[in-house]
Every structure is written in structure tokens, then in C-alpha cells.
Design a protein around this ligand. Structure first.
Ligand code: SF4
Ligand code: SF4
Length: 152
């Protein structure tokens, strides 16, 4: 994949404003390796360490035995954990005025979610499972970054 191509979806502020951010109140959107600089390994490592060090991003998983982990924003009240497995919870970046991150800085699954009325929003296939599979080839870097942050 070309490292300069980052999929950007379409915001629909009118629909999301009237909804009030139900998706963000349910669970933070999973981020992809490309959100942190993949396939550039050094960039990925540096960005992961920086993000995890803030305590606002965490590593979650689908299946530890299969090495299926992924990165997402922390759940409110659980900031500061390098690993977290809350299944539900409000995203730490949600404010009363919407997401505090600029659109391009949000997780890929947040950017690609297509807002629709009556909460029939289209996640376009971005599930924890599909995102965790994309992280699998970067498992070693993810764990290295986690160890580095936990040790400091
Ligand atoms: S994407 Fe859908 S669920 Fe999320 S805030 Fe917008 S309308 Fe609500
Ligand atoms: S990063 Fe922003 S858009 Fe994504 S779940 Fe959190 S508050 Fe919502």
C-alpha cells in the first residue's frame, strides 16, 4: 500500500449533531496501522509510542492466542492503560461538541463510518475483527511499543 494514501471518508455534521454521537458513546472507533504510519515501520513504532504514552490510546484485542490485537482511543475513565479490554464505553475524545480530534486524525473506522439518519450508519466493514487482522503483521512492533511505554 502507498503510505501516502490514507482513506478519508465524508463527515456529515448535521446528521451526527442531531444524533449526539451515539457511536462514540458506545465504543471508540478502532484505528488501523496506517493511521500510525504503516507500512513505514520506524514511523509506526515512533507514533505508537507517542500515542500510547499520552494515555489516550490503548491496545485492545479480539483473540490473544491468535495475536489479534488492535489500537483504539481509550474509554473514558480508563485512560493511562497500555492494554484495555472494555467491551463498551464512551470514547475519551468525545466532547459535548463532538470529536475533539481533527477529522484526518481520527481512527480510520471513524473516518469511514457513513452517517445515516435513524442510526442506520454504515460501518463499511470496519469491525474489531477486520481491523485486528490488519494489525497482525505488525504484532511485533505493537508489542515492542507497549513494552517500551510500560517500562518508562
Ligand atoms: S456516525 Fe451515526 S451513530 Fe455516529 S454520531 Fe453520526 S449519526 Fe450518530
Ligand atoms: S475518535 Fe472521535 S469519532 Fe472516533 S469514536 Fe472517538 S470521539 Fe468518536
Amino acid at each position: 500500500m502507498n503510505s501516502n494514501i490514507k482513506p478519508i471518508g465524508v463527515e456529515n455534521l448535521a446528521i451526527c449533531k442531531s444524533c449526539g454521537g451515539k457511536c462514540c458513546k458506545t465504543y471508540p472507533g478502532p484505528a488501523t496501522p496506517e493511521d500510525f504510519g504503516a507500512p513505514d515501520i520506524e514511523k509506526l513504532r515512533t507514533n505508537l509510542i507517542e500515542a500510547l504514552s499520552t494515555g489516550m490510546w490503548t491496545i485492545d484485542w479480539i483473540n490473544q492466542d491468535e495475536g489479534l490485537y488492535f489500537v483504539r482511543p481509550a474509554v473514558k475513565g480508563f485512560e493511562g492503560s497500555v492494554f484495555d479490554h472494555n467491551y463498551l464505553g464512551e470514547c475519551t475524545f468525545l466532547t459535548p461538541h463532538g470529536c475533539e480530534l481533527e477529522f484526518e486524525k481520527r481512527p480510520e473506522s471513524c473516518r469511514m463510518l457513513v452517517p445515516k439518519v435513524d442510526e442506520r450508519c454504515d460501518p463499511q466493514g470496519y469491525t474489531r475483527q477486520t481491523v485486528a487482522r490488519r494489525w497482525k503483521e505488525y504484532y511485533d512492533i505493537l508489542m515492542d511499543a507497549a513494552i517500551e511505554v510500560e517500562e518508562n
